[in-house]
Design a protein around this ligand. Sequence first.
Ligand code: ACO
Length: 324
Amino acid sequence: MSYAKIIGTGSCLPARVVTNDDLAAELATRGVETSDEWIVERTGIRQRYMVEPGTTATDLAAIAARAALEDAGIEPQAIDLIIVATSTAEYLFPSTACLVQARLGCHGAAAFDVQAACTGFAYAMATADSYVRAGRARNVLVIGSETFSNILDWDDRRTCVLFGDGAGAVVLSASDEPGVLGVHLGADGSQEKILYAAGHVANGQVTGDPFLRMDGQAVFKQAVNALANSAQEVCRQAGVQLEEIDWMVPHQANVRILNFLSRKLGIAPEKVVITLDKHANTSAASVPLALDAARRDGRIKPGQLVLMQGVGGGFTWGSVLIRM
Ligand code: ACO
């Protein structure tokens, strides 16, 4: 068993759909002006899903994980590690992964969260792959789950129109067949201020700024360069040519970033999975949500070569190249 392979995927989107027109009408009541036209033209987003108050990243993660287990055809007891990528955990501790473990009944499975903002799923996959290949875990639940609607400043139209809530999950298992072929991760902490949520709990109070802040143009430039370099690096390590990739499943931040990226890498736009129009940016959940959607609608097939990529706050970036 020298590989880690995805044997099941699942996802969860909240029931409430908020179209750009719905959001524009809601924001207008606060004196904040936006429009469907502006949002579609600058981002490609047409709608997003949002949780009702009280629904947490744990709730979404548990549903996505159950769907992934069902798809994989394995029982919760077979899971020996759970890793949740999230920046919107409901508690400081226990981790979201521990709360999910209890809900699923994976008694005894190790459980922890990773936090790398929108790159979280790539970091979690890289960690899970290492555990499996080292023989320290056989079946890992890797989950990205977010409720970014809780950390948005609804008076800041430059950010509040961009995000949605959701969760995606995969079961990564020990296998004799090739699965994860390569991993490339990176970070540049000196770029902390281009995308951040700087609130924290101290002395019994939330202090600092509890909302997400972003320098959109700086993020755009960093994202395109980081994703392009990371794609080339992971392919070089795995001995794969970019032309061989069947599908790109990138972090769904902005359709203009994705168009720029596919042009820069010479990858046909038809090979890029886009769910941004329906899901908006769901941070660490966006890649597993897109992967699950493209598997379930029959686009991504067994045996195909898939490049998953994340980029986001930190600044962080990462790529995971897999054979499905
Ligand atoms: N509706 C209407 N007008 C708006 C909105 C809005 N929602 N947001 C900004 N504007 C206005 C601004 O006020 C500004 O008007 P002004 O010149 O009168 O002040 C004008 O539009 C241009 O604002 P910019 O911020 O310069 O807009 P830009 O063209 O850079 O587009 C965007 C903003 C879409 C965020 C862009 O910078 C971008 O694509 N950045 C990439 C970052 C990204 O996608 N982040 C997602 C999260 S990060 C991640 O996941 C990695």
